[in-house]
Every structure is written in C-alpha cells, then in structure tokens.
Design a protein around this ligand. Structure first.
Ligand SMILES: [Zn+2]
Length: 168
C-alpha cells in the first residue's frame, strides 16, 4: 500500500467514488475489491461489525454537523503486517463526505492478529440523541474518545450499548 486510500459517500451515505488505491486496500482486508460492487451501495453495508459501524456513523454525523474535518488513528492489519493508519473524514458539498486513509507506519507483526483475541472486545455506550459516547471520561464526541485512546479502531469487534445521556 503506497498512496492514500480515498473514498466518498454522497448525502445518502452511498459510496460515490473510490480512488485507484482502494481495490488493493479492500482486497488485503478481505473485502470486495471490485469498485463496481460497492459504488452506489451504502457504506454501512461494508462494515460488518456493529460497533465499528456505530463509530463511523457518529464520526460522519459530527463531520456533517460541524462542517469540519476530523482525523483519527486506526489500525488496519493484514495477517502478516501491523499497519498504523490515520483516517481523515472531511465534509464536501451536499452532504458528501470524503474518507482519506493514510499509512503512518507498518511492521511485520510478531504476535497473533488482534482478531484472534476476542476477549479484548470492548464496549462503548452511545447516546441515541446526540451520538456522543461514554467511554470512561464522561460524554464526549466520538473522535475525542478515539484520539484519547479510550477506543481503538482496529479489526476487533466493538459492542455498543444505546442509551440517553443526561443532556438528552
Ligand atoms: Zn445525548
């Protein structure tokens, strides 16, 4: 993986564009590598884990509401390589959102894939009203929780409990 992986969704959350780096990225991560198979489909259909889906939904919601980009760290490992990446999620026109995944550094993994350690699955609490998360340090916006390292986005599942925060 050399360049950044870029994909866009329209205002209806449907994948509207992927760049030339995207197919290899998708294939290495066990996904559908044919752009024609994803274009026009909802982004959420391709995020298998409900917790990760929820985190991305929160971030997309924040980006549209704030009309400002956010950048969060995430892990995207293959069976042999541990990849430390950043995801920048930026607003476009008419509700469009652009995702740019960039590799920061990578090394051959010395340990078992994180997916093989399901006991580390984490739980987060999401407010249904404002989409803020509770992860140990009070109710915060999702990217703050991720940046603080309270949640790490990687290949492990995340469990989400839905509730209402005191403000909602
Ligand atoms: Zn709330």
């Amino acid at each position: 993986m050399s360049g950044s992986v870029i994909y866009c969704i329209d205002g209806d959350d449907r994948i509207s564009e992927v760049n030339e780096e995207w197919p290899r990225f998708a294939e290495e991560n066990g996904g559908v590598a044919d752009p024609m198979a994803v274009l026009g489909h909802k982004l959420w259909d391709f995020i298998a884990d409900e917790g990760n889906r929820s985190l991305y939904r929160c971030m997309v919601h924040e980006v549209r509401q704030k009309a400002a980009p956010i950048t969060v760290p995430f892990r995207c490992d293959s069976p042999t390589v541990e990849r430390h990446m950043t995801m920048t999620i930026a607003p476009g026109s008419l509700g469009e959102v652009v995702f740019v995944a960039a590799l920061q550094y990578a090394f051959d993994r010395q340990q078992q894939p994180a997916a093989g350690t399901p006991e580390k699955a984490r739980t987060i609490v999401e407010c249904e009203g404002c989409h803020r998360l509770y992860a140990g340090q009070g109710w915060q916006n999702c990217w703050e929780v991720i940046r603080q390292g309270d949640i790490e986005i990687d290949d492990r599942p995340i469990r989400v409990l839905h509730t209402r925060c005191p403000d909602c």
